[in-house]
Ligand binder design. Structure first.
Ligand code: PLP
Length: 426
């Protein structure tokens, strides 16, 4: 089939009739499918069930330094968990604080502390007239929700295949002292699955912010989440690069085992310079006596070390790779060459990003919903839920069983076609 833009009005009208009939048929199937959130599937969760058996009532829950994990204490996490997560984060264990079970929670805390108490002795943000964050778009809705919640003004920065538009980032960060942070998902980004190039990482480390309390929020959510064994993205490690560049305090790095073990029951951490960690600990000691050490120990005993974790991630990949490939194959078969959409083909992470013709995304998602397939809301990948071009849709292939995913993607493709024809006929 030729590109829609090259079709005559009569051809488009005939096509619309055909597509509408197909859509009505799909509606008749009474589908109830959910492609809205990037959750691991049941089979993926099953991979970690061994974690339920690594600690039993007969086990000694003493960790290497003699701490009884059943009791209070150890503010920044047990040593063996620090070692495991430090390897996962590619940093020195001394530069890590282990938190509870969600990295989003750590990011929220970090923004919250900066609002109320400031960053390393600087004025608390709540006392400033204006606080702004840069938001690479499309991006992760829950990042944007945190900054929106605190009344922080968000500025869109376009993403490229190599990361955020660094000319824009450098210009804004160096001239506007109200800009206090930037949200980054550097590896297998949410939703595009892009990884920052070496040049991008180097430029980040060499930023010269107008604000002394500007920090890069480097959310390494998908650091070990490769889809392929032999084609993986590797980034320059940002903490080391910042140090090399003479900017050691510029970055906070976040991660968790959410999509490695159990989302909401994993372990989360922050990695940062010693100065930043001291600043964080000044608050942390009031917030808790120590996070869940039993869960930290359970993770260490289950994975043993980074090699165990890497092996475990291969099993995840074996489950989700066919799902990503199925979506890509259907999109190519149904939409390839029609000029009505573009999509990414990530090598890792949890999402595929789809761009429709301008002004079509909301309608496509609404049409999917009317036929029983829930997608992430159009606009969710932009601050304030506002995609200025109404074109980006996040596809989350991991959760549904393969058969459901295939049906859902076929319906999605149909909705893209129908909405695009109608747009062109307007
Ligand atoms: N960061 C990114 C980029 C994500 O995509 C997600 C989940 O989808 C999270 C963080 C959530 O992490 P956690 O479960 O550790 O709060």
């Amino acid at each position: 089939m030729k590109p829609y833009a090259e079709m005559t009005k009569e051809e488009l009208i005939a096509l619309r009739k055909e597509l509408k009939a197909q859509y009505r048929e799909m509606q008749g199937k009474d589908l109830r499918l959910d492609m809205s959130r990037g959750k691991p599937s049941v089979e993926q969760l099953d991979l970690s069930m061994g974690m339920m058996d690594v600690l039993s009532s007969n086990d000694d829950l003493t960790c290497e330094d003699g701490t009884d994990c059943r009791n209070y204490g150890v503010l920044t996490g047990i040593d063996e968990a620090k070692e495991l997560l430090a390897d996962m984060m590619e940093v020195n264990p001394d530069l890590i604080i282990i938190y509870g079970n969600s990295s989003l929670n750590v990011m929220y805390d970090t923004v919250s502390r900066s609002m109320t108490h400031g960053v390393m002795g600087n004025t608390p943000w709540c006392k400033l007239d204006k606080v702004k964050f840069l938001c690479p778009v499309p991006g992760y809705d829950r990042h944007f929700a945190i900054t929106e919640y605190f009344g922080i003004e968000m500025i869109n920065v376009p993403m490229t295949k190599d990361g955020p538009d660094m000319d824009m980032v450098e210009e804004l960060v160096s001239t506007d002292s109200a800009i206090k942070g930037i949200w980054c998902v550097p590896k297998y980004s949410n939703p595009q699955g892009y990884s920052y190039s070496d040049e991008t990482v180097r430029r980040f480390a060499r930023l010269k912010p107008a604000a002394p309390d500007f920090r890069i929020y480097w959310d390494n959510a998908y650091g070990v989440h490769h889809l392929y064994d032999h084609d993986q993205d590797h980034l320059i490690e940002i903490l080391a690069e910042c140090k090399r560049a003479g900017n050691p305090d510029l970055v906070y790095k976040f991660a968790s085992t959410s999509k490695i073990s159990f989302p909401g029951s994993g372990i989360a951490c922050i990695a940062a310079s010693l100065n930043n960690l001291e600043d964080i600990k000044r608050q942390l000691k009031f917030q808790t006596i120590g996070h869940d050490k039993v869960n930290q120990l359970r993770h260490v005993r289950f994975f043993r070390n980074i090699h165990g974790m890497v092996e475990h991630m291969r099993r995840h990949a074996d489950i989700i790779r066919p799902k990503f490939e199925a979506v890509e194959e259907i999109l190519e078969r149904e939409l390839g060459g029609l000029g009505i959409g573009e999509w990414t083909m990530p090598k890792g992470g949890y999402f595929i990003s789809f761009d429709s013709l301008d002004g079509c995304a909301k309608e496509i998602v609404a049409r999917c919903k009317k036929a029983g397939v829930v997608m992430t809301g159009a606009g969710a990948t932009y601050p304030y839920g506002k995609d200025p071009d109404d074109r980006n849709i996040r596809i989350a292939p991991t959760y549904p069983p393969l058969g459901d995913l295939i049906t859902a993607t076929e319906l999605f493709s149909l909705c893209v076609k129908l909405t695009s024809v109608e747009k062109l006929l307007k």
